[in-house]
Write a protein that binds this ligand. Sequence first.
Ligand SMILES: Cc1cc2nc3c(=O)[nH]c(=O)nc-3n(C[C@H](O)[C@H](O)[C@H](O)COP(=O)(O)O)c2cc1C
Length: 312
Amino acid sequence: MPELYLAPLAGITDQVFRRLCFEQGCGRATTEMVSAQGYLTAPADRNAYRFLLARYPEEGPLAVQLFGSEPEYFAKAAAKLEATGAFQSIDVNMGCPAQKVVGGQAGSALMKNPPLAFEIVRQMKRAVSLPVTVKMRIGWDQTHINAVDFAKGLEDAGADLLTVHGRTRMQQYSGQADWDTIARIKEAVSIPVIANGDIVDGPSALRALKTTGCDGLAIGRAALGNPWIFAEIKAALTGQPYTPPPFSQVISTAMRQAREMAAWKGQRSALLEMRKHFAWYTAGRRNSAQVRTKVNLATSFEEVEALLNSLA
Ligand SMILES: Cc1cc2nc3c(=O)[nH]c(=O)nc-3n(C[C@H](O)[C@H](O)[C@H](O)COP(=O)(O)O)c2cc1C
């Protein structure tokens, strides 16, 4: 059975959300991206890194994702993270399209500088014994689709697995993910390849697997407000019927996520951070836009819960 991954989503795939996904059949997950240099130089008790790297012990296999552009920082950060014993693999972000990241030659900018990208992997492999994996795109833009050669170079440098988002950097998140190019990468390398991009339900998961021949699927945006996507895809893979949860369960899951986040970060932060999640959990329901405005002004979970229930 192909492995189902929760794709890294900055600001979203924290331990609380990941645990919900694992409970629904997610097989592996990745932390939000963490700056290799920032992690090395931040004071040990700096909240940002404490939160980014936190994991519940009962979560499933977890990769920690680093971004940056200096091989030495990657190697040192990887060794320090390995020493924590908290992670099962270390992933390198070679896909982030954000200007502030590519401006520092990091994220998807590394696809424009293959020698540097390969050196990052080589130095990390020398520094750690955990698997080193890479998350990449298919190229910088439509005229620079270098994914196949890039993937082969990463494999030669020692990468243990590749996750490929089937878009260019310039596409960001628009247009359609190009699964055919992912198929060509899968053909060209012998390490596992995980397909990513536009896998949103059972049928698209089956199509992505058939088209790419990949070893697993990574799901990002379709998991927002919908950790049940993993149960849905599992059902499709095993030919079982799938019934989405009733709205009462959607609300109780959203509230559980909120309370777990409050227990971890405090109620004030949880109320703020959960706003987007509440919107995702209720997207598409009648009156959800009006209720969302009120949820964003709520000062207690009781108030939020009553508002969500009003959508039932
Ligand atoms: C809000 C958001 C945050 C993301 N953060 C990261 C990240 O930290 N690291 C990374 O490698 N990819 C990140 N991605 C890209 C996703 O992992 C994934 O490759 C992309 O969304 C395509 O998959 P999907 O169609 O299943 O969403 C992010 C995407 C979104 C929408």
